[in-house]
Design a protein around this ligand. Structure first.
Ligand SMILES: Cc1cc2nc3c(=O)[nH]c(=O)nc-3n(C[C@H](O)[C@H](O)[C@H](O)COP(=O)(O)OP(=O)(O)OC[C@H]3O[C@@H](n4cnc5c(N)ncnc54)[C@H](O)[C@@H]3O)c2cc1C
Length: 290
């Protein structure tokens, strides 16, 4: 289908983009890679009167390290993250997640900022950014703030971003020593999105027990979430198969689990448990240096 008519704007800098967004109120939308917004416009599920294309804001495309943290500009593509040698060394969960997204074309155009701002309930980035306890930077014409990932995803396609705010960056801690990570995903057979996707990071203590675990889950409910009951169940425990299985049993606890043609709520809950256990196992193997 053909989208509703719209006016196209190409701001030269972030200030101009923020000003346009504030000026158009609810009638303006940011365009980043266009790989979620344009399909929605073609289906007329979205009909913004003004499109504000961030394409010229190349200073929002970067990956850098400072003060024990990695910061990524909102316009950084999935492929840039997948292929970053800095991230492979300092935060390998991110490249591992990036390579699971869509196909080569999607990864070349789609941006991490666009994916997080869109908050598709089956998108991959939200699981990883939640598991890493990341923060998301939002800016409007007059101020800037960092939003913890745990507060950012509010509901289906809804985030904590204000209507006049541009998502400008994401930051996550560098992976600490004695930690391991994993992102495991069951791809939807048609769309390739996550039927279930689980990102896990575990930290071992000196006795090689689990000091802490963090688990982000996507595809299961109306929004991605931290599986806090799983995390609690693992704190201080030995990394045995029995403990992992018992903890993973909580993977969909308290979640209004999606049910559709491809998977009933019961089956999806089961998948969430299985993928959580497997992601934790893989993360632990890596934390042990295997
Ligand atoms: C065939 C196909 C397969 C795909 N498979 C997957 C998959 O397996 N896993 C997955 O996670 N995703 C998948 N995607 C989605 C893809 O990752 C998108 O790139 C991503 O969801 C949106 O990023 P974008 O840069 O294209 O954003 P856009 O489509 O440009 O924007 C998406 C939304 O976010 C808003 N927005 C964008 N950037 C900002 C910003 N900086 N500040 C504020 N608001 C902003 C826009 O206004 C819009 O509402 C797929 C897409 C396609 C077309």
């Amino acid at each position: 289908m053909i989208p509703e008519p719209f006016e196209y704007h190409i701001p030269k800098n972030l200030e101009e983009a923020s000003r346009l967004l504030a000026q158009f109120g609810g009638e303006g939308k940011i365009l980043a890679g266009g790989h979620s917004l344009v399909p929605m416009m073609k289906l007329r599920l979205a009909a913004p009167k003004h499109l504000i294309d961030l394409g010229r804001l190349t200073d929002l495309k970067y990956i850098r390290e400072s003060d024990g943290r990695i910061e990524i500009g909102a316009l950084t593509t999935h492929f840039q993250i997948q292929s970053s040698s800095l991230l492979k060394e300092k935060c390998p969960l991110l490249p591992e997640t990036a390579r699971e997204i869509g196909d080569v074309q999607v990864r070349n155009k789609g941006t991490i900022g666009g994916s997080l701002a869109h908050s598709d309930p089956a998108a991959d980035w939200p699981a990883a950014i939640l598991a890493l306890a990341g923060e998301i930077q939002a800016r409007n014409v007059s101020s800037s703030r960092w939003i913890p990932a745990s507060e950012f995803f509010v509901d289906l396609l809804t985030t904590a971003l204000g209507g006049d705010e541009v998502l400008t960056a994401i930051r996550v801690p560098v992976a600490p020593p004695r930690s391991g990570h994993a992102y495991l995903k069951l791809h939807h057979p048609a769309s390739g999105y996550a039927m279930v996707g689980v990102a896990a990071q575990v930290l071992l203590n000196e006795a090689r027990h689990i000091e802490s675990a963090s688990v982000g889950v996507t595809g299961v409910g109306p929004k991605a979430y931290r599986a806090t009951a799983v995390e609690e169940a693992l704190r201080g425990k030995a990394p045995s198969r029995q403990n992992l299985e018992a903890a993973a049993a909580h993977a969909a606890e308290g979640i209004d689990v999606n049910s559709d043609l491809y998977a009933s709520a019961e089956y999806r809950s089961h998948l969430a448990q299985v993928y959580t256990r497997r992601a934790l196992e893989k993360a632990l193997e890596r934390a042990h240096g295997k």
